[in-house]
Design a protein around this ligand. Structure first.
Ligand SMILES: [Zn+2]
Length: 290
């Protein structure tokens, strides 16, 4: 089923990182720059992420003794610094996720560079922390993203969907480890309503999580990477996180599942490539020159 196999550390059957994109209400202010502040109820639901869900998730990770990765628009550092501090103090990894969750496809190379620099400077100024991981908001990695990530010394990207396994992307100025996921591993299609209720049914916590469980069972069976993309205001809600954290307890108790930050996974994969133990897929980005 999988041609490019890797041996995970300590004989683990698969690697796992439950990643959270802590977008909070950044997207609301991006899409409604003039009057987003008036959407008090929508903001309250989105602020549930930094105020309620993140402390809950951090507690669960602490009791499970695992460190995971959070992608955070730098605007959220300015607006929720205590939450970001809690994540870092607890030993988790934070990655760049735009400034205000911008759709990078709307920007030129210079515009994208300015957003990346602004975001990195904010992490540096607030926490003396330089993130080494990147996930493009909405997964909208552009023709320029790979080159910028190499130029700014990033360890990995986690925006693309080109394999079940970690692989390598090759912009013209170098290489970078890609830790792929896909829309089926995102909680958006299961739970997220836009800012105004559209009548779209919301899945129950167990039925919404079923797709992630099946993805895990395949990763465990075939030795790949299980990389859910969750949002604190969605999957961090009480009943959903109850279901998810119970499943994570089961996985940790198996003893042969490697939970790690994406940074740790990328470093491990890079070392395995360097010593000749892993020969991943290599994909040029952008795929087309025009
Ligand atoms: Zn996001």
């Amino acid at each position: 089923m999988i041609k490019k196999r890797i041996s995970w550390p300590n004989g683990a059957r698969c690697a796992c990182c439950v990643s959270f994109d802590m977008d909070a209400d950044s997207v609301l202010h991006l899409t409604k720059p003039n009057d987003g502040f008036r959407y008090v109820s929508a903001i309250s639901g989105l602020q549930y992420g930094p105020y309620v869900a993140i402390p809950r998730i951090i507690d669960s990770y602490k009791s499970l003794n695992i460190k995971q990765t959070f992608f955070i628009p730098a605007w959220c550092v300015e607006n929720y610094p205590k939450t970001v501090e809690l994540i870092l103090e607890s030993g988790h990894e934070i990655g760049v996720h735009g400034y205000l969750h911008e759709n990078l496809l709307d920007y030129t190379l210079d515009g994208e560079r300015q957003i990346l620099e602004k975001a990195m400077n904010i992490f540096q100024n607030y926490f003396g922390y330089v993130p080494k991981g990147f996930r493009a908001p909405l997964y909208n990695f552009t023709n320029n993203s790979g080159e910028l990530l190499v130029e700014y010394g990033f360890n990995y990207d986690s925006s693309l969907m080109g394999d079940d396994m970690p692989y390598v992307i090759t912009p013209k100025n170098g290489e970078i480890i890609e830790l792929p996921t896909h829309w089926g591993m995102d909680d958006g299609p299961q739970y997220i309503q836009p800012f105004i209720y559209t009548g779209r049914p919301t899945r129950s916590p167990t039925s919404g999580f079923e797709i992630f469980k099946q993805e895990f069972f395949a990763a465990y069976k075939y030795g790949s990477l299980w990389l859910p993309v969750f949002h604190p205001y969605a999957s961090g809600r009480l009943a959903r996180w109850d279901v998810i954290s119970s499943f994570l307890e089961e996985l940790v108790s198996k003893g042969d599942v490697w939970f790690a930050t994406l940074g740790e996974i990328a470093t491990y994969v890079r070392n395995q490539i360097q010593v000749g133990n892993y020969h991943p897929l290599k994909i040029k980005v952008p795929q087309y020159s025009q």
